[in-house]
Design a protein around this ligand. Structure first.
Ligand SMILES: NC(=O)c1ccc[n+]([C@@H]2O[C@H](COP(=O)([O-])OP(=O)(O)OC[C@H]3O[C@@H](n4cnc5c(N)ncnc54)[C@H](OP(=O)(O)O)[C@@H]3O)[C@@H](O)[C@H]2O)c1
Length: 332
């Protein structure tokens, strides 16, 4: 039977807007790999804040409409196009997500495949392509941190935050993680956090007790607003704040005195841009480090719940609730 005439399930949107208003589960044609391409079958996909930005039309890059939603997923090669050599059917790879990852099948050029090493579980692999490499770059590529250095981050219970906690521990760095709920303190400490502090608790006044008087060199900000300002206030002279997300949506109001009197640096980071500018060699190098940590048990991201595609509305609602792990989507 010609599989190209088969239909697949895809979660799509025909306009930009809130996921609950614009996403629909549709049947679309299964693509057929062209010469040099392979077709990949989806295993598991993750839901990330940037998916909402892409569905809503506010992200740094957008798809043409109608668009398949989602960006991050793992799959297996299920069909080889003409001329493809050196790739085996069944190889576990990053699901080709450029044109949307919340669908059952997609094609990619064989040379562009990112292979997932044996020993990485499907659900961990589904969460491995965006947040862990972002965390790794924030710790290793933005500024050169000496072992033993302190850093502070907000959204400590996010996938990036948990990756930072686990990676920092393995790298000999020390972390202060800001969270919005007291119930997150024990689990994050169990994952390796040095200190977990509550947003809005004036925790900055205890900076010297928290670090034993040692300086805080790096602040990782994915929230904005008051949370970001609290970080700037505890940074040491010459310290750097990296903004890589804006969950609050407010512009960060910056107290000028910290720029002038403490020479604090404000920079940004976007994994997509880093990947583009550093090419496939740069990405493979970072992913090799991420997978080394996943297979050795240094890095293991919690899962909140796995939903079927048919349950995507409940999954999107759950994703917005207080949680300590990713909400994942499975086609069947
Ligand atoms: N620039 C890049 O390359 C890049 C790459 C990856 C991720 N990111 C960004 O990193 C951030 C975390 O992503 P993720 O996938 O790791 O997140 P996630 O696991 O989905 O968790 C979301 C986090 O955001 C927090 N949050 C949500 N709304 C908030 C609000 N209004 N105020 C304060 N906190 C809020 C949540 O805290 P509660 O549990 O308290 O709600 C939770 O800690 C996002 O901003 C994302 O866009 C950026």
């Amino acid at each position: 039977m010609d599989r190209s005439m088969d239909l697949q399930k895809a979660i799509r949107h025909h306009e930009f807007g809130k996921p609950e208003e614009v996403l629909t589960l549709e049947s679309i044609l299964v693509p057929k790999p062209r010469t040099g391409e392979v077709r990949v079958r989806l295993l598991v996909a993750s839901i990330n804040p940037s998916d909402r930005g892409m569905i809503g039309g506010s992200y740094g890059k957008l798809r043409e409409l109608p668009a398949i939603a989602g960006r991050e997923a793992v799959g297996v090669v299920d069909t080889l196009g003409k001329g493809v050599e050196g790739v085996a059917i069944g190889t576990k790879v990053r699901f080709p997500g450029e044109d949307g990852a919340w669908c059952e099948f997609a094609c990619a050029r064989a040379e562009d495949l990112l292979v997932v090493p044996d020993g990485v579980l499907d659900e961990q692999a589904a969460m491995s392509f965006i947040n862990p490499p972002t965390a790794y770059c924030l710790l290793k590529k933005v500024i050169d941190l000496e072992p033993g250095s302190w850093l502070v981050q907000n959204a400590g219970n996010s996938a990036v935050g948990i990756s930072v906690i686990q990676m920092a521990k393995a790298m000999g760095l020390k972390t202060i993680s800001q969270v919005r709920r007291e119930s997150l303190i024990p689990p994050l400490k169990a994952l390796g956090a040095d200190h977990v502090v509550l947003e809005g608790s004036d925790w900055g006044a205890q900076r010297d007790q928290l670090t034993d008087g040692e300086p805080i060199c790096l602040a990782l900000n994915s929230i904005g607003g008051a949370s970001a300002i609290d970080q700037i206030k505890v940074l040491a002279e010459g310290g750097t704040q990296v903004t890589f997300g804006g969950m609050v949506g407010d512009p960060v109001r910056f107290p000028t005195r910290y720029l002038i009197f403490k020479d604090v640096r404000l920079v940004g980071f976007w994994w997509d841009r880093w990947s583009r500018t550093h090419g496939s060699n740069g990405v493979s190098g970072v992913m090799a480090e991420v997978y080394k940590m996943m297979t050795s048990g240094v890095l293991c991201l919690p899962i909140e719940q796995v939903y079927l595609f048919e349950e995507f509305e409940a999954a999107m609602k759950h994703d917005l609730k207080p949680r300590l792990g990713k909400v994942l989507l499975c086609p069947r």
